[in-house]
Design a protein. Structure first.
Length: 250
């Protein structure tokens, strides 16, 4: 669990970022020196070198204690260390200094989600998703949709997933969640549409294969059902989904 949280935190904060390693961290204007330290820290984080990332972040916060980005990155360091209390304090510091920082809202929201604090997570993720300038707005909508599902609000989850896909059609998780939602609602044509879109951009998972089995049965495609069942058995023989398939009385 701890390892999964570590990787999750690193993915959220580092993926999609362009890092410029800088040897002139002590030169230039204050903003330039700050950015050099942040770039250096990100470079270490991308390499998984958490201990080395800590020092440039400490320097960054000395240069500018109000840097929300430095606080968010420091939260990542604390998360990997397993210190959730200090990580949350860094998120709060980031938002105290920059209340409209969408990245801080999104990452704090995902932290709260991982802690099971779903209502608090929803509020943070809404703030991130509603910021039209946020570069990862689509992912914030996906995170929001997953949170809404945990809170039992299917209608709001559906809208969040749809909004995310309007911004980025490559959100595989959103495609699969919508396919499952429509299947549960008995809307099999829409379920098949989003299921096919998921398969076009993602590798099969136990969950997607199990949906494929059930959807193929409803739509009367015995060949597809057999294909998905064989893949489920071969790829995920110990999964809960395969157990459900074995227990199902057709």
């Amino acid at each position: 669990m701890r390892r999964a949280l570590q990787l999750f935190a690193l993915f959220l904060l580092v993926a999609g970022c362009v890092t410029t390693q800088s040897g002139g961290a002590q030169k230039g204007t204050t903003p330039q020196r700050l950015q050099a330290q942040l770039d250096l820290a990100r470079g270490y984080l991308e390499q998984g070198d958490i201990d080395s990332a800590r020092r440039p972040l400490e320097h960054a916060l000395k240069i500018d204690p109000s840097s929300s980005e430095a606080h968010v990155l420091m939260a990542t360091v604390y998360l990997v260390d397993g210190d959730k209390r200090l990580a949350e304090n860094e998120y709060r510091q980031a938002l105290r200094h920059s209340p409209r920082d969408a990245m801080a809202h999104n990452n704090y929201g995902t932290f709260l989600f991982a802690e099971g604090r779903y209502k608090e997570a929803r509020e943070q993720l809404k703030l991130a998703a509603n910021d039209p300038k946020y570069g990862r707005r689509a992912l914030a909508y996906e995170n929001l949709g997953i949170t809404e599902l945990r809170l039992g609000d299917v209608a709001e989850a559906e809208q969040a997933f749809l909004r995310g896909l309007m911004l980025n059609t490559s959100l595989a998780r959103s495609q699969l969640e919508l396919a499952n939602l429509y299947f549960a609602a008995g809307d099999f044509p829409n379920a098949r549409t989003y299921f096919d879109r998921y398969n076009a951009i993602a590798q099969p998972s136990a969950r997607s294969l199990w949906l494929g089995v059930r959807l193929s049965r409803v739509l009367g495609s015995e060949d597809e059902l057999a294909s998905y069942a064989i893949a489920l058995k071969n790829l995920y023989p110990n999964s809960e989904e395969y157990r459900l398939y074995q227990d199902r009385q057709w």
